[in-house]
Write a protein that binds this ligand. Structure first.
Ligand code: IMP
Ligand code: MG
Length: 190
């Protein structure tokens, strides 16, 4: 039987903090450009930007990210399961519950902890575009560089490219635990 134990820190809290600040700035600039292209002044009080964090892994990330975004936005959550229980390989993404139904005409930002196979983003992008969203962006803190992605799936905003290791902390879990670790750490097999 393999047991899994906390291993070394891959990305510490200070690097995360700095990178999240940059991501918030880049995302805000990109959204401001989109609003201008729609004929709005980004300073105007328009309700056009929706943040859509994927539960539960994105909770810590989105909480920090939105505080680095000085523009009017709202937030809805969506729940997707792909790693049931003690699995460390994606078993295929499935929507749990429903998507918010007010995305038409809005610029939607999917926020997720990590891009692995891309199943989650593929599923959500399709469903969001079907509702007639004005645009969809994906912002992920981590991207597993060596894992093959679903065709055509990418994230516009990526915090860090990482190797194909199972990681926990800063919202990422193993079997529901470790989300509260402030640093991102490798989960080692023993
Ligand atoms: P994808 O749909 O295969 O891209 O997987 C994305 C989801 O799998 C993420 O939202 C995470 O919840 C989960 N996931 C993928 N890799 C890891 C990992 O290394 N640690 C914890 N969760 C992971
Ligand atoms: Mg997830």
């Amino acid at each position: 039987m393999t047991t899994r134990v906390l291993g070394k820190t891959l990305i510490d809290r200070e690097r995360i903090r700095q990178r999240v600040r940059e991501l918030g700035r880049d995302l805000s600039n990109s959204l401001a450009d989109a609003l201008r292209a729609d004929g709005h002044d980004p300073q105007d009080d328009v309700d056009r930007v929706v943040m859509l964090p994927v539960m539960t892994g994105a909770v810590v990330f989105v909480a920090d990210l939105i505080r680095e975004m000085p523009l009017k936005l709202s937030m809805s959550v969506v729940s997707v399961s792909s790693y049931p229980g003690q699995a460390t390989r994606s078993k295929g993404a499935a929507l749990r519950g429903s998507l918010p139904d007010n995305l038409a005409g809005r610029h939607v930002v999917i926020v997720d902890d990590i891009l692995d196979s891309g199943g989650t983003l593929e599923l959500l992008r399709g469903a969001i575009m079907e509702q007639g969203a004005a645009s969809v962006r994906a912002c992920v803190l981590l991207n597993k560089l060596d894992v093959p992605k679903k065709p055509g799936i990418l994230a516009e905003h990526i915090g860090f490219d990482i190797p194909d290791e199972f990681v926990v902390g800063y919202g990422l879990d193993y079997d529901g635990f470790y989300r509260n670790l402030p640093d991102i750490r490798i989960l080692e097999e023993r």
